[in-house]
Design a protein around this ligand. Structure first.
Ligand code: PMP
Length: 324
């Protein structure tokens, strides 16, 4: 009897004060509701009855699509009392999720530790340093899977220190897109969206948006863009057949997979900058390649994709910006 009472009284709970601090955070209000931009000049060979749009995810305060899942993961961990005072948030990242965790972590006084491949762009490393995150560099040859294995090991060794956010397996990742990105796309196209195209990293964007769109209209077609090979330069994307499979990835979701080469994505990044004024990152180029390939096959339709981040983090990549 006594122990039962004790169990109940010692279970941690979230105070109304903590909850209102999280929900009232000014940065949170700036997440989502990103513009839906038309592709207008890179659309040669496409029927005039086919429209192609991209969600401009770099408008989020942390500069990428990953603000949506990062905030949702932190919120659910706080409310479920898995991220307790004094613990550090730990995850592996290719950069953007780490920047998002570090941004909201700073605002909510949560310390952040990130496992990240050592060859991440210097811009990412500098931004994380600026935001005060701790970075553990992992073997560049092992890519994002190497960072996952290091984060798992650290979480296992110090479970009381780390809350392991585990973006690859955490349903709060795709649910963020189900609750925000998906509804925004329906609203911004006035329900006319017929196709959705997204690059695959954790698959959170593709999974969450597709689940929402298919509930809205089961006819919506889904295309996943993925690198054409295990070794590639599409930062943020995964070659699923050879990578550790995220638990949140359901291979039945995409109607088809479009394989994109690093060179095609690079060329598209330059075109988007120079012909549309959209200064985006490499995975946006890959998403645009897949979206435009699909659009060229259609007679009519509304194709929507997501541009995960802007070009700033890739400025030191001289080969990407070569002048032609
Ligand atoms: N592009 C970039 C630049 C990213 O950082 C990520 C996230 N790793 C993605 C695309 C893929 O997004 P998701 O994890 O939702 O599949």
């Amino acid at each position: 009897m006594t122990s039962k009472v004790n169990t109940i009284t010692t279970k941690p709970t979230v105070s109304a004060h903590q909850e209102s601090e999280v929900e009232g955070m000014a940065l949170l209000k700036a997440v989502g509701n990103t513009p839906l931009l038309p592709l207008r000049r890179v659309t040669k060979n496409i029927s005039p009855d086919v429209k192609v749009y991209a969600k401009a995810e770099w408008f989020n305060p942390g500069g990428s699509v990953k603000d949506r899942p990062a905030f949702n993961i932190i919120r659910s961990a706080l409310y479920e009392c898995r991220l307790l005072p004094g613990m550090r948030l730990l995850d592996s990242t290719s950069g953007n999720m780490g920047i998002a965790y570090a941004t909201f972590g700073a605002a909510l006084d949560i310390n952040v530790t990130l496992a990240m491949p050592e060859n991440a762009s210097p811009e990412r490393v500098s931004i994380l340093r600026a935001l005060g995150a701790e970075v553990v560099f992992t073997d560049p040859l092992e890519g994002s899977d190497g960072a996952i294995l290091v984060a798992r090991q650290m979480a296992k060794e110090q479970p009381d220190l780390y809350f392991y956010a585990n973006q690859y397996d955490n349903p709060a990742n795709w649910q963020a897109h189900y609750n925000s990105t998906g509804p925004e796309i329906v609203e911004q196209t006035q329900g006319a969206v017929t196709h959705f195209v997204a690059g695959l990293g954790t698959s959170g964007t593709l999974t969450g948006v597709s689940r929402y769109l298919r509930e809205y209209n089961p006819e919506v077609e889904i295309v996943a863009a993925q690198p054409d090979a295990a070794f590639h330069g599409l930062e943020g994307l995964k070659h699923m057949p050879t990578a550790i499979q995220p638990a949140i990835y359901d291979p039945k979701i995409p109607d088809r997979i479009a394989e994109v080469t690093t060179e095609a994505a690079h060329e598209m990044v330059r075109k988007l900058a120079r012909q549309e004024g959209y200064f985006v990152g490499i995975s946006s180029g890959a998403a645009a390649v897949a979206a435009l390939q699909l659009a060229a096959e259609l007679e009519s339709g509304v194709v929507v994709t997501a541009f995960p981040d802007a070009g700033y983090k890739y400025l030191s990549d001289d080969a990407l910006w070569e002048t032609r």
